[in-house]
Design a protein. Structure first.
Lengths: 392, 136
């Protein structure tokens, strides 16, 4: 039987985000779950499932979900796991939760991400112009790469983006259009790290190169913080504190191989199951929250979900249709480029906010169905959720 | 030889034949003895056919730029005086791809599809790194 509408997100907890140094990764996770339970009108004792996506600073701590369980005194869980598909984990955790709940294994699951890779500034990092924290955290090199100066995820994605530019004529104006649109959404989101900082396309071009073809504002933020959602059965969701956000469709797609050859994400695989389960098409989607580790990732995924054809992503976004007031509301909280970076939890949380009608100055009128994506590795892993504020 | 301040790769058992060959001014990659697929970096098992049978073979050292980036951010002090510098993915004529650097060409003059050939740079008494330069 289809899982459409069988599970719902009923609680959302977002800790302070960004350059927040008063907690560690465990503390942020505990606080996020506490906030999400409070939001849902549930107690700790109501939780019988815990799924954790451990961020970078969880790395040395085995059995992360058990560590988190102990840290917040949870008892008698019936589901517990740490999951890691990179940025595809958030949507995948929610899928796992809905499946387990529908199978009768458990009733109420917290899905959590937290991380604390940023360290407080020291006189030394201040002198070097800051930014050392995020560069350090994601600046690792594999094998021989360090000898050639190939450091970090930025550098790996840049290789793929350069191929797209070469084959399809994609430009920094195109990538910049995505960054500028997301910034305009962030300027309407009080929780966004860049809420008070507008940005024009000229300012995007003036931002320093990190690794060509990526300017600073092609790259997502790095944030300390935690974010949790509570998932439960649809029939239980109706009695809780918030307007339920129902999971209509879900899927995963992990293509393998070399993304620089295919210039394609796992969305092509993941969308099939998700749209089939939801019984909707692209025309039914009112708000789109795509995983945006880079502007380029958004461009590729717009192509892969079929909003435009392969190679046409650049011209597609150039007219500003993804900005506030445009025909395709995209990453409406400012995304991970301009609000905060909780891996895939950022797009999930913004979809929940929009479908509750709680978006304030950035609310998309009459948003009823949202498309959410998660993407991990270098276009390597992908997950899709289609959610709605309507039961079915 | 001037002191090399960039990271010097560790000669692992898996990569020993690659580094021994580079010292002899020869570029070698792995070839699956079962399905003949070339691969680099080294792997224990062929991802095409799952065979463990493997040999190291010399390749021409000629190929083309498959992609490249230009690094501006300094991640290691050894590159501090070199930014902006380019990192390239070279697709060898025989098929395998490798990360490397180009010598004798400015980052702004690099193009995808540019023909290149291997050169060798001694970075320590033990380690020689294959790099590439523009070729006809």
């Amino acid at each position: 039987m289809s899982l459409k509408g069988r599970g719902a997100i009923v609680g959302l907890g977002i800790t302070p985000q960004g350059k927040v140094y008063d907690s560690n990764h465990v503390g942020f996770a505990v606080e996020a779950v506490r906030l999400a339970l409070e939001d849902a009108g549930l107690q700790r004792g109501d939780l019988d499932g815990l799924l954790l996506n451990p961020g970078l600073t969880w790395a040395d701590q085995g059995m992360g979900s058990f560590q988190l369980q102990q840290a917040m005194g949870l008892r008698n869980l019936r589901l517990s796991a740490s999951m890691n598909l990179g940025g595809a984990t958030a949507c995948a955790m929610i899928q796992q939760a809905v499946e387990a709940i529908d199978a009768g294994l458990c009733r109420t699951v917290a899905c959590v991400f937290s991380d604390a890779p940023l360290k407080p500034p020291t006189p030394k990092t201040e002198r070097s112009g800051g930014g050392g924290g995020s560069a350090g955290a994601y600046g690792f090199a594999r094998g021989l790469d360090a000898a050639y100066g190939q450091f970090g995820v930025n550098a790996m994605y840049a290789m793929v983006a350069r191929r797209h530019m070469h084959l399809y004529g994609t430009t920094n104006d195109h990538l910049g259009a995505i960054a500028v649109a997301e910034r305009q959404w962030a300027n309407r989101n009080p929780m966004a790290q860049f809420h008070d900082t507008p940005m024009t396309l000229a300012e995007y071009h003036r931002s320093r190169w990190v690794v060509e073809p990526f300017h600073l504002f092609d790259c997502c933020l790095v944030s300390n913080g935690g974010l949790a959602v509570i998932v439960t059965a649809a029939d239980r969701a109706r009695d809780l504190a918030q307007r339920p956000v129902y999971v209509w469709g879900m899927g995963q797609g992990h293509p393998g191989g070399d993304p620089a050859e295919t210039l394609t994400s796992g969305a092509v695989l993941a969308k099939e199951a998700a749209f089939r389960m939801a019984g909707v098409g692209l025309a039914d989607i009112g708000v789109v929250e795509l995983y945006d580790c880079y502007t380029f990732t958004v461009l590729v995924c717009l192509e892969d979900y079929g909003f435009c054809t392969k190679g046409e992503g650049g011209p597609f976004v150039a007219d500003g249709k993804t900005a506030p007031g445009g025909s395709l509301p995209l990453n409406t909280g400012g995304g991970q480029l301009s609000s905060f970076y909780m891996w895939g939890m950022t797009p999930v949380s913004e979809a929940v906010i929009q479908l509750r009608g709680a978006g304030g100055a950035r609310q998309v009128p009459d948003a009823q169905v949202a498309l959410v994506s998660g993407n991990g590795g270098i276009l390597s892993t992908h997950s899709t959720l289609i959610m709605s504020n309507q039961p079915s | 030889m001037t002191t090399h301040t960039k990271p010097i790769p560790t000669i692992t058992a898996e990569l020993r034949p690659f580094f021994d060959a580079a010292k002899r001014r020869e570029l070698m990659v792995q070839r699956c003895r079962s399905c003949q697929t070339l691969r680099f970096p080294a792997r224990e098992i062929c991802s095409q056919c799952l065979s463990r049978e493997v040999e190291w073979v010399a390749v021409s050292g000629r190929g083309e730029v498959f992609s490249y980036n230009v690094m501006h951010q300094v991640y290691h002090p050894g590159f501090a005086t070199e930014v902006p510098y380019a990192v390239v993915v070279v697709k060898l004529d025989e098929g395998a791809k490798m990360i490397s650097n180009l010598v004798g060409v400015a980052p702004r003059d690099i193009r995808i599809g540019m023909r290149v050939e291997v050169v060798f740079e001694d970075v320590s008494d033990e380690v020689t790194l294959p790099k590439f330069r523009p070729a006809d």
